[in-house]
Write a protein of this length. Structure first.
Length: 166
């Protein structure tokens, strides 16, 4: 009576990820034991959660006006989502010389160290084209991360050197 068999009927109402974790955990409990099933189920749930969160981050191009390229960041920029920044890097590489790239980060919820590396990669692509990168409307957590890692100082120093060279 420990297996709630009636609950399996309701699986069709749940997400694909939930069904995978539930059925996998159940199968491992029957074949091996509860300890193994819980360990594997927990790891599977974490992996599927990271995958799901990674697909929710997006970079949307905004209006481009001459050399000005705008992008909006939505969601959490973390190790599971950094490949989404590649489209902005490609747009900069294919765009005009000396671009002024503006990232509107108002909807950026979270930024981790890998996300910072992706922003640095974008910054390098902008520098290779002779342009500048600016972050706008940073929420508290991403702002703290950008300042703590020194990226804000890098952006400011590069803007000042661009102003001096004009």
């Amino acid at each position: 009576n420990m297996g709630e068999w009636r609950e399996f009927v309701h699986l069709k109402h749940h997400s694909h990820h939930f069904r995978i974790v539930m059925l996998g955990t159940f199968f491992l409990t029957v074949v091996f034991d509860l300890t193994v099933a819980l360990e594997v189920g927990l790891v599977a749930a974490c992996v599927l959660f990271i995958r799901s969160m990674g697909t929710q981050f997006r970079v949307e191009p905004g209006l481009a006006e001459g050399r000005v390229m705008r992008f909006r960041l939505y969601g959490s920029l973390f190790f599971g989502a950094v490949t989404q920044v590649d489209q902005a890097v490609q747009a900069v590489e294919a765009g005009p010389e000396c671009p002024d790239v503006i990232l509107n980060a108002l909807q950026l919820v979270y930024l981790d160290a890998t996300g910072m590396d992706a922003l640095r990669q974008l910054h390098q692509a902008v520098l290779m084209r002779g342009g500048t990168l600016r972050l706008e409307d940073l929420p508290p957590q991403p702002r703290e991360q950008v300042e703590r890692t020194g990226f804000a100082a890098e952006l400011a120093a590069h803007r000042r050197s661009q102003d001096v060279s004009l």
